[in-house]
Every structure is written in structure tokens, then in C-alpha cells.
Ligand binder design. Structure first.
Ligand SMILES: C[S@@+](CC[C@H](N)C(=O)[O-])C[C@H]1O[C@@H](n2cnc3c(N)ncnc32)[C@H](O)[C@@H]1O
Length: 286
């Protein structure tokens, strides 16, 4: 069982539903969704450069209240999802571990420890400044984007990404970059909001379009940022389309696991090739 820094046992992942395999043929065109995403900012259609700038400003404006907002919006459930991500990542001593789009570093803090260092990569200095101020000496912070990772080829054992991929403007180059920096057999684990089960959608939509922007206004004083959040979730490829994009990027063993009936989802894929001697085998996803 995964333990957190204080040694407390993490709760079992009761909200996790079964993994699924892709049935690509019947699904919408994954590439078209990726192209659409690259030009979307919430409901608006914008140029790619403009999208990047606006997203940068969103995280600048919410950085100080970001973690509090996550707790309020998800009623704390994001912590459980992140612990599941870390449990599947199974970090261990001697590995090079990167948390991409790591923001304030909460996923990195779960993975780092006495014998493990984690590198956070994120384009937002204000987000990383909040994390840095917590004084963890087992986390390194590097400015960079998913589309141009400041990391050497085949240098990373495990690369996690939590709620970051939706903000990436060009998905395909970003996935190619992740593949480039992973060692053969190295794994990519990506936690993101996804498409919930049909029965849940009316409640989920009501909550998303009424409660979240109000919380964004009251707590983060940035309602636009949280309208962007809600809209961007809806424009991101669903579970199967994103699985296809990861497969098309060249990853192997790609699969996903729904969390909380598909509100969030963890996709896992590996760089082809044999892991180095002594690498820990992939945990059972069943
Ligand atoms: C929703 S936050 C997630 C932060 C953290 N991983 C978490 O789960 O709380 C999204 C993060 O993605 C970062 N981001 C935005 N565009 C990015 C890009 N092109 N490449 C990598 N990260 C990006 C933002 O700066 C922000 O810190």
C-alpha cells in the first residue's frame, strides 16, 4: 500500500473503475479533437500563440489560491486521484522522475522522498514559486513546456503529468517530446479530467457551470480562469480518443483507468524497449 510522507496509509482507491481498451473505429477522430484543442480557449477560437499566452496568464492569476481552489472544487477528491497516479507510477530509489506541468508540486511532493528526487517542469514561474516556498529540498524546479522539454534524450524513468495535458497547445509534439525523454521501457502516466459516465453528466454539468465559476470568483477572484477550466475539459479528447493519440505517438502498452466514473482518468503508456536492469515491473492495473 502506498504511504504518504508522514507514513499514513493512503485510502484504497474505491472510486476507481475498470480499465478499458480502445475500440478506435467507432470513435470520433482523435486528431481532429487535438487540432480543435490547439485553437480553443474555453469556448473561444484563438490562434495557438494567443492560446499559450492566455493559459500562461490564467495560471499567473490563480497561482496563490490554486491549491485551495482544487480542494474546494473537487471536495478534496483530487488528492485521492493524485495518490492513485503516484501509486501506479510506483516511484522508487534511483529513478529519474519528472512531474510535467507540475505546478505547485503536490504530485512531486508525493513521489519525492529521502531516496528519491523529483523534477517539476512547468512554464509558470508563479505556480512553481508557490511550491518552492514550501521548502522541499528533494524537488527540483525547471521552467519548460511539454512541447519543448528541457531534458536530455532517454534520461527519464517515469514521467507523470496531472491536469496538465489539457493546457498543452500542441498535443502531438508534446507526446513526441515525452517519448524522446523517456528511457526505453520508461513510463508516461497522465491524469486528466475526462468524459464521465452518461448518467453522471447532468449533475456534473450543473456543478461545473454553476458552482465552479462562482468559487473561482469568490476564492481565486478569477472567474474567467475557472470558466476556462470547465470549457477546456469539454474540449479535451475523451478517454478513447486520447488513448489513440498516445498510441499514435509511438507508446506501447497504452491503457487507461477511469476515476470517479470517468470524471478523471489516468492514461499509461511506455516507450518501446526493455527497461534497464533492476527496474520495477509495471503494477497490476486490474
Ligand atoms: C491545472 S495545473 C496542474 C498543476 C498540478 N500538476 C496539479 O495537478 O495540481 C496545469 C499546469 O500546466 C501548466 N502548463 C500550461 N501550459 C503548459 C505546457 N505547454 N506545458 C507544460 N505545462 C503547461 C500550467 O503552468 C499549470 O501549472
Amino acid at each position: 500500500m502506498l504511504k504518504n510522507r508522514t507514513g499514513a496509509a493512503c485510502p484504497a482507491s474505491g472510486a476507481v473503475t475498470s480499465a478499458s481498451s480502445a475500440t478506435a473505429a467507432a470513435e470520433p477522430i482523435a486528431e481532429a479533437r487535438a487540432t480543435e484543442l490547439s485553437r480553443s480557449f474555453g469556448k473561444a477560437t484563438v490562434e495557438e500563440g494567443e492560446r499559450e499566452q492566455r493559459i500562461r496568464r490564467v495560471f499567473e492569476s490563480v497561482a496563490r489560491r490554486y491549491d485551495l481552489m482544487n480542494d474546494l472544487m473537487s471536495l478534496g477528491i483530487h488528492r485521492r486521484w493524485k495518490r492513485k497516479l503516484v501509486e501506479l507510477a510506483a516511484p522508487h530509489a534511483g529513478q529519474r522522475i519528472v512531474d510535467l506541468a507540475g505546478g505547485t508540486g503536490d504530485v512531486a511532493a508525493l513521489m519525492a522522498g529521502l531516496d528519491r528526487r523529483v523534477t517539476v517542469v512547468d512554464p509558470s514561474e508563479p505556480m512553481m514559486a508557490v511550491g518552492r516556498a514550501r521548502g522541499r529540498c528533494d524537488i527540483d524546479w525547471r521552467v519548460g513546456t511539454a512541447e519543448k522539454l528541457p531534458l536530455a534524450d532517454a534520461s527519464v524513468d517515469t514521467l507523470t503529468m496531472a491536469f496538465g495535458i489539457r493546457n498543452v497547445t500542441r498535443l502531438e509534439p508534446a507526446l513526441a517530446e515525452v517519448l524522446r525523454v523517456l528511457k526505453p521501457g520508461g513510463r508516461f502516466l497522465c491524469l486528466e479530467f475526462s468524459t464521465p459516465a452518461a448518467w453522471l453528466r447532468p449533475f456534473y454539468n450543473l456543478f461545473s457551470f454553476t458552482v465552479i465559476p462562482r468559487l473561482g470568483s469568490w476564492i481565486a477572484r478569477s472567474p474567467e480562469a475557472y470558466v476556462y477550466l470547465v470549457e477546456s475539459i469539454r474540449r479535451f479528447p475523451d478517454q478513447r480518443d486520447f488513448q489513440r493519440l498516445i498510441e499514435q505517438a509511438g507508446f506501447v502498452g497504452v491503457h487507461y483507468r477511469n476515476l470517479s466514473f470517468g470524471i478523471a482518468c489516468i492514461h499509461v503508456g511506455a516507450r518501446p524497449g526493455q527497461p534497464e536492469q533492476g527496474a520495477v515491473p509495471e503494477p497490476d492495473m486490474s
